[in-house]
Design a protein around this ligand. Structure first.
Ligand code: SF4
Ligand SMILES: [Zn+2]
Length: 256
């Protein structure tokens, strides 16, 4: 959802929005940044964020996309595409940081991990590499077991080739299937390499709204996110061809 924003003036004696617990005048005011305020449609609540930080990070992100992804027109070896994807994620995360400070999404809150999560072939290869580098054979077998535990339910909701069927969104959302990468402390066990869809899902509502996965939420959106998604699609096409796969994250790991 694109929510309109306007320039915000932060009073000197207000606590700084960076979370330092200092007054604004003793903290970020010195940086001379521009701040913006968004009014959330459902509650009328206002959130203020550092727009200068976003502008600077998006400039770097766009520069990377233009020089390192848009400019490529030949096939890309998978190892090179993964390297570019990792750098793209880094730059995306920097652009999202100022917004993350003002959303309700916090570590340990995992409601969105019960939604159908889609990932592309390249994103999945990065996850697989990470898992084999960071987890023991026993732990990998545990993941596999967890994923295949939901196999029957998943196979009713996901097409045989792993494509998620939109008409099943409601059924999926009420089936209470946790992402198998969610650990017992409600943390993501592949956080550093989680797919794009998990990175960009930032919600302004109270987490109680997210508890019901069918509820409509006020999610962050900005046009640079579309640019990142297009870049991920391009990297996939350059590596695997036009028919690269884009499917439910768990279906990549399901046994036949
Ligand atoms: S990959 Fe991580 S963040 Fe994404 S749904 Fe799974 S546990 Fe949640
Ligand atoms: Zn500050």
């Amino acid at each position: 959802m694109q929510i309109n924003a306007s320039l915000a003036i932060i009073p000197k004696d207000q606590l700084c929005i960076c979370g330092s617990d200092k007054f604004f005048s003793d903290c970020c005011m010195k940086k001379d940044h521009i701040y913006e305020a968004m009014t959330l449609p459902d509650t009328g609540r206002q959130v203020i964020y550092d727009q200068t930080e976003i502008i600077m990070a998006v400039k770097i992100l766009n520069g990377f996309i233009e020089s390192r992804i848009d400019s490529i027109n030949s096939e890309l070896p998978q190892v090179e595409a993964i390297r570019k994807l990792k750098r793209l994620y880094e730059k995306l995360d920097n652009a999202l940081k100022p917004i993350e400070k003002v959303t309700s999404c916090k570590q340990g809150c995992n409601h969105c991990c019960f939604l159908p999560i889609l990932s592309s072939q390249l994103e999945n290869e990065l996850i697989k590499n990470y898992m084999s580098e960071h987890y023991s054979t026993d732990k990998l077998a545990e993941f596999e077991y967890k994923i295949n535990q939901n196999k029957d339910t998943l196979s009713q909701l996901i097409h045989i080739n792993g494509r998620f069927m939109d008409e099943n969104y409601k059924l999926y959302s009420t089936a209470n299937i946790p992402c198998s990468f969610l650990d017992s402390d409600s943390n993501c066990s592949i956080y550093n390499v989680r797919p794009f869809i998990c990175r960009k899902y930032l919600v302004f509502n109270n987490p109680t709204v997210c508890e019901n996965t069918l509820n409509k939420t006020d999610q962050y959106y900005s046009t640079y996110l579309t640019k990142v998604k297009d870049s991920i699609i391009k990297l996939n096409k350059l590596t695997y061809g036009e028919n690269f796969q884009y499917k439910h994250i768990l279906s990549w790991f399901l046994e036949n």
